[in-house]
Ligand binder design. Structure first.
Ligand code: GLU
Ligand code: MG
Length: 454
């Protein structure tokens, strides 16, 4: 592999496609499935302006099992869009073969973003953050499971111990090739480790501006899957890859600065958190029960949200508390201004990352807007409290299943204010299909059917 080929803003005029023979124009749908269209070399000269064609229903209403759904306002048979690649985010996946990748916006034929475009929805939320004077950065942690064998007969690729040298050396060639491939694609990695569960690994990405972070999350997943395939391995980002084994989360870290200062650090505050940072955490806690179907959204996301799995299944916050849906990270002593952030534990990779980050930012900004007061910190595993103690301290639980979470999502004033009605209509339709199709199946059956969709 050679060094990363990063395009500049000028697109085709500046040799951005030098050596490129095929461009994967990528997007991720409302079911959280990464999809793409491929442009051959001969079409690259028009790629920046024309992109790739896609039907509006495929872009917004394709379900996790490829059922093509329809809604009153988006007809399954009618309407075309263009996936317009963001060439500023172009990455080379294979320099020798000339395979490149770029995330895309879903645009109408007149070139304007379509209301169903999730990446544009995130940009719209960021525009309001700019008005409020905040500069956000986001960091994703990707947990995934690695299997040997075939999709019909998969075997978890390591048996621990968690964080152990044994799983590291058993998969050493894969780990090293993966780090090299991620670097070559321009994905900055902060760390890699065998996770707690059998067959489980984690790659944490360096923080970046929110759109870039979501783009790199998509790119990293593709690089992980390609590298695994080259090693004869299979990967699954499913929240519940194998019932009874450790779950895969996709924790999202959020940092915010205003006037050059980290709002999550204030040495003079009793909590150690700045006023705006406290409002942001309060905003997330006020809304996360209603938005959880945007942060995961699979039937399996709700199987994952159980106590003692470090998935943050209680609505509360705590410093370093892995059982709280918001884990406050104070940062190393002396480096707090650079490092302090809040981590949303409940998210998983069945989400659309653009929508998940948009929801995260919208919740935080609403807390600032309304000057919401932060509830007291929970300093213990909330599951060890009695129900009465939890009620007294304002600790709540999430909807027990996707069906109820979708009702909460649809009724949320914040959600309806933040997202375009057509985007919401499409999202709810896709997720309702998951609930009606898989909601009554036993976990083993759902896990097996969805294992290799993500
Ligand atoms: N695997 C856990 C989850 O489902 C997270 C473990 C950790 O804290 O890294 O979210
Ligand atoms: Mg982890």
């Amino acid at each position: 592999m050679t060094s990363p080929h990063k395009a500049n803003e000028t697109g085709t005029e500046d040799g951005v496609f030098d050596g490129v023979s095929a461009l994967l124009v990528a997007y991720i749908d409302n079911a959280g499935l990464a999809r793409s269209k491929v442009l051959p070399r001969a079409r690259l000269d028009t790629a920046a302006a024309g992109g790739a064609t896609i039907s509006r229903s495929v872009a917004s209403l394709l379900a996790v099992d490829d059922a093509v759904l329809s809604t009153p306002n988006i007809d399954a048979a009618i309407g075309d869009l263009r996936c317009i690649p963001d060439l500023g985010a172009l990455a080379v996946l294979d320099a020798e073969r000339g395979l490149a990748w770029a995330p895309s916006d879903l645009c109408r034929l007149d070139g304007a973003p379509d209301p169903i475009c999730q990446r544009t929805a995130l940009k719209d939320v960021l525009a309001t953050a700019e008005v409020a004077g905040f500069d956000f950065t986001v960091g994703f942690e990707l947990e995934f499971s690695v299997f040997r064998g075939t999709k019909d007969d998969p075997v978890l690729a390591h048996a621990g111990p968690g964080y152990g040298n044994t799983p590291f050396i058993e998969l050493e060639a894969f780990h090293l090739d993966l780090l090299e491939a991620l670097a070559a694609a321009g994905v900055p990695v902060s760390q890699l480790h065998p996770e707690y569960g059998n067959g489980q690994l984690e790659v944490s990405l360096e923080p970046a501006d929110p759109v870039t972070a979501a783009d790199q999350f998509l790119l990293a997943r593709l690089v992980i899957a390609r590298t695994a395939q080259a090693h004869g391995l299979l990967v699954s980002f499913s929240p519940v890859p194998v019932p009874g084994e450790a779950t895969n989360g996709c924790h999202i870290h959020l940092s915010a600065r205003r006037d050059g200062r980290n709002v999550f650090h204030d040495p003079n505050s009793p909590t150690g958190i700045g006023v705006a940072g406290e409002h942001m955490i309060a905003g997330v806690l006020a809304h996360v029960g209603d938005t959880v179907a945007l942060l995961g959204g699979s039937v399996l996301s709700f199987t994952r949200l159980r106590p003692h799995s470090w998935a943050g299944s209680y609505i509360c916050w705590g410093k370093g508390n892995r059982e709280a849906s918001v884990r406050y990270m104070a940062g190393q002593q002396g480096r707090e201004d650079a490092q302090a952030n809040m981590e949303l534990k409940v998210a998983d990779a069945a989400a659309n990352p653009y929508l998940a980050v948009a929801a995260f930012l919208a919740m935080a900004l609403d807390g600032v807007d309304k000057d919401l007061t932060l509830s007291p910190e929970i300093t213990v595993d909330p599951d060890t409290l009695t129900e009465a103690e939890r009620a007294e301290r304002g600790v709540r639980t999430f909807s027990p299943d996707l069906g109820q979470a979708l009702v909460a999502l649809e009724s949320s004033e914040l959600v309806t204010r933040t997202f375009h009605p057509l985007l919401l209509e499409a999202y709810l339709t896709v997720r309702r299909h998951e609930w009606t199709t898989y909601g009554r199946m036993v976990a083993e059956e759902v896990a097996a059917r969805l294992r290799f969709r993500y």
